[in-house]
Write a protein that binds this ligand. Sequence first.
Ligand SMILES: C[S@@+](CC[C@H](N)C(=O)[O-])C[C@H]1O[C@@H](n2cnc3c(N)ncnc32)[C@H](O)[C@@H]1O
Length: 281
Amino acid sequence: MTLTGIELPTESQYREYQSFTQDQLGLFLGDDKAYLLHGRLQRRMGELGLDSYADYFQMLAADQEGQERQRFFNAITTTKTGFYREKEHFDLLVREIYPELREKVSRSELAKIRLWSAGCSFGQEAYSLALDASEFFAKELSTGMDLKILATDVNTEALTVAQRGQYAAETLNTLPERFRDRHFRPINSDQQDLCQISKSVASLIEFRRLNFLQRYYPIETRFQVIFCRNVFYYFDTTLRQALLKRLASYLEEGGWLVLSLTEIGYEIDGLTKVRGEIFRR
Ligand SMILES: C[S@@+](CC[C@H](N)C(=O)[O-])C[C@H]1O[C@@H](n2cnc3c(N)ncnc32)[C@H](O)[C@@H]1O
């Protein structure tokens, strides 16, 4: 018995959650993650007045509308993120990628710039892309350059926070100071020292729900840059390869795919490895 009165799942109950999570999201919960599952679900089970993992599983399995499943997805996904996380990638962006795109735009080889933060969590990755873009392309944007960032995630709670664009002041310390000063405005809040991101930066981003496992992605566009970092880490190798190939098909010729610094040693059909975690089409 635990403090909340809900017992840990039994081994066979845990196996059901393992395969459900893998089928629905692609995430593989290791055999040692029963406490993690427990930590993430017990509050919801308490709200529902359930004290058995078997009962909650039945509810998930029978959930036609998908609302409880979505709550489960929101609880089980790991959403750790931050502004300018793995800063090397943003350095690459302003030193190499954005200058190359500017060249193409100036030679009229490129009419619009499209970036994708795939697995964006609470939005800091997409806002970091947008902050750099708003500075780098300031002149072009003021004369109507078409630049948009798509940011997707399966976690709808994270997306709601992302869309709101309000962040605790202490989480802004990884941002360059000039961006903090220029683009974040403190707002009155009883709960926390919150800061609101500027409209000019937010307007570059569209946040949308997307599960990488869904059969059809409602995305017509092709991208010059896709950031998909710290997402496929817990997916098994075969699924990860298939999803990376699928992401690669959304890159324009010459487009960049950036994985996380720890995701090295992969080969992706149709892409050339620039180094460790960075690929080009
Ligand atoms: C650790 S966060 C990474 C956030 C950001 N990319 C970064 O590196 O800071 C992983 C994100 O992947 C999302 N995710 C996990 N499985 C997913 C799936 N099947 N479809 C879409 N997003 C998924 C999670 O909801 C979570 O927000």
